[in-house]
Design a protein around this ligand. Structure first.
Ligand code: ACO
Length: 401
């Protein structure tokens, strides 16, 4: 009998939900988003409070372990993260295989994946102690690798981590310090970068986190799973958006060109990058915090009148008052402002998504750990709605028309 497998497939009991608009893939106790109200909570704490009073490493502890640390636990956590900041010397050789003009995200995918070759013990994922060490290693080493990607692309020697600096200050040091003078990080800029890290630390089941979970559900090496998350984050609809914002500003050029650009947006020739969000149909709470940080940084650096930043602010104002955006509930997302802050910090556009990946690593690994710790964990295996040919018989090549 010839069975029409398309009919068979359609009679199966599953939901068809392209883009997972209404499908929960798991239970999770880490992050809650109220998209209609524009609210975000890590382990129950509003993001506004964490951004104001906490710092990135404390937030990492919270995401991983579920509670804020006491003073002793915090000091021990920071000490342990600091202890793991170096990468194996052989890791430095990986970079030699890349072209200098390779995108830093391409290097991040490769080098982070290569960590799996250095930490065989991470394969014992059912051992909680091994999982914990893996989490420390990732949070500690990702900034080192990220800065190495930048230094390699510039043809500069790698800078060693300086463990007497804070997490964000050390990252800036590894990016920018030169042997000619002592690197003195500006506290306003360090705080701004730490805030970018905190705001990007987790965002429940976004595309890259779901990728890490799916990859991890087969029991794969966690460093390889994080590399998969980095690959997913790279796309312009996800983590690549802050890079796309700056490219868009360059394309627009100046404030006079904004109306013509907006016409193109409405005709759907292009999107206004850094606007809109799958879940937030109100202001992204991270964007509100980032806007304030953006103002502080521009003021600190005396850049309020810089043409690029003036253009960004003009664009934001016009879009917020435009009925096209109001009707569709399109507000600036965190990437609109983080791109501007990172530019002010002298970080090249190609490194923006790398910094997002650095910050999100804790979210990815917290979700991975939550999933692996669940005794009921199953391999992720979505179904499909088959739309191809019905059953047919093989025809030898000489008989084909
Ligand atoms: N500019 C112009 N119009 C937009 C934009 C935008 N940035 N975003 C959505 N729209 C429009 C769509 O064209 C659509 O219009 P229609 O109803 O006339 O067809 C409507 O708004 C709804 O858009 P959807 O595509 O259904 O929204 P979705 O939730 O699928 O997309 C997304 C969300 C991908 C983030 C989208 O808003 C986008 O591409 N934004 C620009 C890229 C960006 O900034 N991404 C960062 C996301 S945040 C993050 O990853 C941290």
């Amino acid at each position: 009998d010839v069975v029409d497998i398309r009919t068979f497939s359609k009679t199966g009991m599953f939901t068809y939900d392209p883009g997972f608009l209404a499908t929960a893939s798991c239970e999770s106790a880490i992050t809650f988003i109220d998209g209609d109200q524009g609210q975000l909570y890590y382990r129950g704490y509003p993001i506004e409070q964490l951004a104001e009073h906490s710092d990135y490493l404390e937030t990492c502890y919270l995401l991983i372990f579920g509670e804020l640390p006491n003073a002793e636990q915090k000091a021990e956590f920071v000490r342990t993260v600091t202890r793991h900041t170096m990468v194996h010397d052989q890791m430095t050789r990986f970079f030699q295989g890349f072209r200098r003009d390779a995108h830093p995200m391409a290097m991040m995918v490769g080098v982070t994946g290569a960590l799996s070759a250095f930490y065989q013990d991470s394969l014992d994922i059912n051992n909680p102690r091994h999982r914990e060490v893996t989490m420390y290693r990732l949070i500690s080493k990702i900034p080192t690798i990220a800065a190495m990607c930048y230094r390699y692309s510039k043809g500069l020697p790698f800078n060693y981590p300086k463990n007497d600096l804070s997490y964000a200050a050390n990252f800036l040091q590894m990016m920018f310090a030169t042997p000619c003078e002592e690197y003195k990080p500006n506290p306003v800029l360090v705080r701004a970068l730490d805030r970018i890290f905190t705001l990007h630390a987790d965002h429940e089941q976004n595309a890259s986190t779901s990728t890490v979970r799916l990859a991890g559900s087969s029991g794969a090496n966690p460093f390889a799973c994080i590399a998969a998350g980095i690959a997913c984050l790279w796309g312009p609809s996800h983590g690549g958006a802050n890079e796309a914002v700056l490219k868009m500003l360059d394309e627009i050029g100046s404030v006079e060109n904004v109306p013509a650009f907006m016409e193109g947006v409405k005709n759907k020739t292009h999107k206004l990058m850094g606007f809109g969000h799958r879940v937030y149909k109100n202001m992204d709470p991270r964007a509100a915090i980032m806007k304030k940080t953006c103002d502080d940084v521009l003021k600190e650096l005396g850049l309020e009148n810089d043409p690029k930043f003036k253009l960004a602010m003009a664009l934001e104002k016009i879009a917020l008052e435009d009925p096209y955006f109001i009707e569709r509930k399109l507000y600036p997302n965190v990437d609109f402002y983080s791109g501007i802050v990172l530019t002010a910090l002298n970080i090249p556009v190609s490194m923006f998504t790398v910094i997002f990946a650095l910050a999100r690593t804790v979210g990815w690994i917290s979700h991975w750990n939550e999933m692996i710790s669940d005794p009921g964990m199953k391999i992720g295996r979505p179904r499909q709605l088959y739309t191809g040919s019905p059953r047919r018989d093989y025809v030898p090549v000489e008989k084909r028309k």
